[in-house]
Ligand binder design. Sequence first.
Ligand code: 3HC
Length: 697
Amino acid sequence: MSEVVTYNRDGSIGVITVNYPPVNALSHAVRSGLLAALEQGEQDADAKVLLVVCEGRTFIAGADIREFGKPMQEPGLPSVINRIEDASKPVVAAIHGTALGGGLEVALGCHYRVALASAKVGLPEVKLGLLPGAGGTQRLPRLAGAQKALEMITTGDFVAAGEALALGILDAVEDGSDIRAVGLAFAQQIADAGKPVRKVRELTDKIDADKGSDVFERFRAGLQQKARGLFAPFKCLDAVEAAFNLPFFDGLKRERELFMECMASPQRAGLIHAFFAEREASKVKGLAKDTPVRDVRSVGIIGAGTMGGGIAMNFANVGIPVILLEVKQDALDKGLAIIRRNYENSAKKGKLTQAQVEERMALITPSLAYEDFSQVDLVIEAVFENMAIKKEIFARLDEVCKPGAILASNTSTLDIDEIASATTRPQDVVGMHFFSPANVMKLLENVRGSQTSDEVKATVMAVAKKIRKVGVLVGNCYGFVGNRMLHQRGAEAMALVNEGATPQQVDKVLTDLGYPMGQFAMSDLAGIDVGYRIREERRKAGENVPASWMDKLAEQGRLGQKTQAGVYKYEEGSRKPIPDPEVEQLIAAFRQEQGITPREITDQEILERCMYVMINEGAKILEEGIADRSLDIDVVWIFGYGFPAYRGGPMFWADQIGLDSILDTVKRFHDTLGGEQWKPAALLEQLVREGRKFGDL
Ligand code: 3HC
């Protein structure tokens, strides 16, 4: 008997227990263990009904993703599940935690399903660039019908137990926390009632009802909008459609073919890299696992602007009280009104109840006095990018905050050590860089200063988890990881426009790559004044920052979406960027002023210049130890800037393109365009010399 799957009997119930931490994934050992235990249960004459139940925090959470890409070892999951469905006695799945992917498929192969009310079920394969490949696309529609099966399979979203019961995916839902007891009681009812085996594959009513329906065409049209550039959602749809057009076993065969197509797709590789990278990023290199973490039960935020308000919402959303500080009452009132409006909008969409809106608002206390921060555990400063002001604020915080309070800055570029130098406790000072809109974007780029203590580093990473962000710990330098690379891309995008491209041409190349928006649409969203102020700061500091047509936009008050005009123009109430002839004229005038004759620029040149300049900078960031691993850079870009997860992040993408060809192009640009940004990173040269990739570091 396998160690990870055991069989024993409890009265007349034969219990098959899976115990394969952390999430009971269907590794080879689990698959073969399930088969062996099933056979034992069938042979056990005293077992009337068999029960599949899991130890630990969850039911089976899917196929073992770590086995993907390796040769498949028999028995394969589809045959294990068919074997369960063909069992001679009723088999019950008892679900707690999450039954996901192959896990839900195992449950669908069982004859009955009971779950705790707290459980969730789903087929999230699409999020990994796959489709349910062990019968899920054929069995789920037989229980839930076409519409719901398509929704679940093409989005990968989970369904709570209550809803799954209503949909017919589950047969019973019970309160409580002891899944074994719940499973045994339910199995006993099946045994007492003498219920027969009930094979999902033999259910036909939902299939007959939806056969020939227009639901598939509607979904296909919808996906063309929502899943632009993605491979797997369309394959998911094809597989579900097969359940309605083919007999069950032919449908299974079709599902397998489509699954193998997804498996071979580069998008699958990118998405699985992104899945593991997200989890690895939380394990900070060099930080001991048992590093103490400080309690963060209250937070002070300085600045009730767009950033400060968004940050405050993150804490209120998880029940942590916030004191929101501003210098002037009207700024405070305005900030609170925007937070309320955001919550009210969520309530209108049905995401929050009115009571939840009030609860969250009640957690945010407005203040005009620093003294109110005397007892908070964490302060996050979110005022605009000006070193002198930030230093004043930190000196003030040093006076009023209790010992052990963490003093964080949401700066997106400035030197954390210099900010810390305004205090007597640099060990407690850290960067916590949120991304706009801060209540939506998942990334939290935590920045370690040279004296930040391990305890503070561990705490800000734990805070990220607590507020449901993806935390990445990075080193201190101008712009850290994300903005340092973004600034290179931004400068290159601007140069391309100077030389002859249009902003919309540059943006289109980036959106075609899979970014949700291009460089210039993003500048309009963030505010043209933000970049302008940063450039002005750098000029004041004596750096050579060339004049640009974007400075002129800022000087004319074209600040982006907020003024309905920036690089693009915007119609009232719309976020859709519209190219503006006035800006074209402004750019033309700028070119003339600078003596530039515009030339035709190809999309390929835009792609290479915008992306390779980032890759080269990313290599320098790794070389300097600002990022510990290339996966940290990938996570920053996926969760902070909407880099398409299906390309795995910029460094993973670069590995797929081939570092040798990237280096050749970087060298060519260095020769033709010049500039420090095109000087090949020593690490890039070294990796090419050694025939290695970023992922090998
Ligand atoms: N295979 C292998 N390892 C897995 C795994 C899986 N399916 N799911 C999670 N893990 C690992 C994680 O990598 C992590 O490992 P680590 O501790 O070494 O970093 C550990 O389990 C815990 O995971 P999380 O940190 O994500 O824990 P949470 O409690 O936050 O979330 C979860 C748990 C909801 C199960 C989440 O891990 C998850 O969504 N997992 C993926 C589920 C999934 O996509 N299943 C489908 C797989 S594909 C499939 O089944 C194909 C089939 O149709 C043939």
